[in-house]
Design a protein around this ligand. Structure first.
Ligand code: SF4
Length: 396
């Protein structure tokens, strides 16, 4: 495994030996927008408050990186954060156009913008549509204002509902919401009403994540001081089970452990990650997987702007995982999907079958009832979804 970090020429990521494959399959393009107006109590992501004055220069730096990136055919564009809806519609248009020019992004390609409900009014939503975004991923998290305050979110439940209705009115027929369960003070009744409410809003995709209490966050401090009860894993597992039943009943398919979609509304972008396919990461804090390299860009915004102005790409991670690690990633990510891992696809990709490399772990998983083999497919069972980490550790 080779590893090197530091300042590289901005055009460092090039088309290499797998050029043909990348051009044929396409790639996903992720742009990170690391600005937030207010820090949420649970957040440990690469995002910054108080730097909104740098958004203009930052986007120029991002465009410079786009223009220096390999001219791959992009199948999807996803702008995540942070809070990309702090971007003006004209800034969004410039970003999408730069990606269209460099990556040949087709007009019908999936183009997602993450948004905070507080930022969305009709004019802005129309601007984002006109800019070329056709899918919105809205950070709703809860429909209870008390829980939203506890999470430090700056929007209310009502604002979220209104924003999603407006988004649909202006032509976003693809709207996803993020929800969190396992939050202190949130009970199963509240979680059920959250799920029912967002289904009623007419969304076509949901991502439901268990709250993770990260060290050093205000939420962790409040729990440490005894001001909030610690979340119980058993309760969170029960809430996950509620989501499985309720969303299936509402016509959603769980196509990944934490993601549900109506038929044909799966996130094409995120499928690239789970299928361990190439994606370009652009912007401060973005990670990418390209031509056998895994890289992560320095999160520091002023440093990223300065470096790109000087024609450099500041990397904090840059390694080429060996074949064994790549196979392991393909298994672990692929098993998260309902489609599972095709042994035939694995064979064509690596020249061996999963059981040739992971025989012991797979036999253990089958014996423990966590894994099934259905013809060509290896898939997690319902029990395997709940205990997936136990199997994944054995696949490392
Ligand atoms: S909006 Fe997202 S990235 Fe920003 S502070 Fe909240 S959780 Fe973190």
């Amino acid at each position: 495994m080779g590893s090197s970090v530091g300042q590289k020429p901005i055009g460092y990521l090039k088309m290499g030996s797998t050029k043909t494959a990348s051009l044929q399959q396409g790639a996903a393009v992720y742009v990170h927008f690391p600005f937030c107006r207010k820090r949420c109590s649970y957040c440990d992501f690469d995002s910054f408050t108080g730097l909104e004055g740098r958004i203009g220069p930052y986007l120029e730096a991002v465009v410079a990186q786009v223009e220096a990136s390999p001219p791959v055919r992009a199948s999807t564009l996803y702008v995540g954060g942070g809070t990309p809806s702090l971007m003006g519609a004209d800034q969004a248009a410039r970003l999408v156009q730069a990606c269209r020019d460099r990556f040949g992004l087709a007009h019908e390609a999936e183009t997602t913008l993450e948004a905070n409900p507080s930022d969305l009014d009709r004019a802005k939503l129309e601007g984002y549509r006109a800019a070329g975004f056709n899918r919105l991923s809205v950070g709703v998290q809860s429909v209870d204002d008390g829980v939203l305050r506890l999470l430090g979110r700056r929007h209310s439940a009502e604002e979220a509902g209104r924003a999603i209705a407006l988004a649909r009115e202006v032509g976003f027929d693809r709207v996803s919401v993020d929800l969190i369960y396992g939050i202190p003070t949130q009970d199963s009744e509240l979680w059920r009403s959250t799920l029912e409410t967002v289904v009623d809003w007419g969304v076509d995709h949901l991502s439901c994540y268990m709250l993770s209490v990260e060290l050093g966050t205000p939420l962790e401090g409040a729990i440490e001081r005894g001001e909030l009860p610690a979340p119980f894993e058993d309760e969170a597992a029960a809430m996950y089970g509620q989501a499985v039943v309720l969303l299936a009943g509402a016509g959603f398919r769980r196509y990944e452990i934490s993601n549900w979609a109506r038929a044909g509304r799966e996130s094409a972008h995120n499928l690239f990650y789970w299928r361990n396919q190439p994606y370009l990461g652009i912007g401060a804090g973005a990670a990418g997987s390209w031509e056998g390299r895994r890289y992560k860009i320095q999160a520091d915004v002023p440093l990223y702007i300065r470096a790109t102005q000087e024609g450099r790409l500041p990397l904090v991670e840059d390694e080429s995982p060996d074949r064994r690690r790549d196979m392991s990633d393909t298994m672990i990510l692929g098993l998260r999907l309902d489609e599972g891992v095709s042994r035939d696809v694995f064979l064509r990709r690596y020249g061996c079958l999963p059981e040739d490399v992971f025989g012991e772990a797979l036999a253990w998983g089958e014996g423990a009832g966590l894994l099934t083999r259905e013809g060509d497919l290896l898939r997690l069972t319902e029990q395997g979804i709940l205990l997936s980490n136990e199997l994944f550790e054995r696949l490392l």
